[in-house]
Design a protein around this ligand. Structure first.
Ligand SMILES: CC(C)(COP(=O)(O)OP(=O)(O)OC[C@H]1O[C@@H](n2cnc3c(N)ncnc32)[C@H](O)[C@@H]1OP(=O)(O)O)[C@@H](O)C(=O)NCCC(=O)NCCS
Length: 176
């Protein structure tokens, strides 16, 4: 494998991550035992585009092997109200003091590139970006059921399981 380099993806170039985003949805469906069919309506168009539009700020970093994108992380800061909608209430809004929250929203490394440290690099870049929002103390990560490897990864990085939503379909992790 050639050396991996990292590129910030601008919102204009967001379609760069489209295929990997759709792979992430299929991957999560393949692991889920609780309501895997929920993923059928989830795609780059239905999840990523609206999320980017609703956020106050977005940060996408791609891991590149030459010209090929082999992974990405997508983080954002959004008004906390975004997380209480007809789909679900993701967390108790009163448990967050500020108006906005940070989220590591999507994370995907292609098969064959996992467990090489690429995810840890992308994770650190995401946390450094979130650190730059001095007034935002609360960070969330949502892990779908069956994805124990991801759950363990985030816990080893210091995130804590908070609660489950949608009858166990999603586990909510937070930094504090
Ligand atoms: C979860 C995911 C993003 C993690 O990325 P990754 O690149 O595999 O993660 P890393 O390689 O940095 O870390 C994984 C393990 O490999 C180990 N590792 C790190 N650097 C390494 C290296 N150079 N060589 C070998 N192993 C290494 C780490 O110790 C780590 O173990 P730890 O979690 O006990 O610390 C990735 O596996 C993935 O995309 N999975 C599929 C999609 C997914 O589940 N996404 C999350 C949705 S919520």
């Amino acid at each position: 494998m050639t050396k991996i380099h990292y590129e910030i993806v601008s919102e204009e170039n967001i379609s760069m991550v489209k295929d990997l985003c759709n792979e992430l949805m299929a991957y999560q469906k393949s692991l889920a035992t609780i309501a895997p069919e929920r993923f059928d309506s989830m795609s780059f168009e239905t999840r990523m585009i609206p999320s980017v539009k609703n956020a106050r700020a977005n940060f996408i970093v791609a891991a590149m092997d030459g010209d090929e994108i082999v992974g990405y992380v997508y983080s954002n800061v959004s008004p906390k109200e975004v997380y209480s909608n007809e789909f679900a209430t993701f967390f108790d809004l009163n448990s967050v003091k500020g108006d906005d929250v940070g989220c590591l929203s999507q994370f995907y490394i292609k098969d064959g590139y996992r467990n090489l440290g690429i995810g840890s690099v992308l994770y650190e870049k995401s946390m450094e970006w979130l650190d730059s929002f001095k007034d935002i103390d609360d960070r969330f990560i949502y892990v779908s059921n069956g994805n124990d490897a991801a759950l363990n990864f985030y816990q080893r990085k210091g995130f804590k399981v908070s609660h489950q939503i949608l009858d166990g379909f999603i586990t909510v992790l937070r930094n504090n």
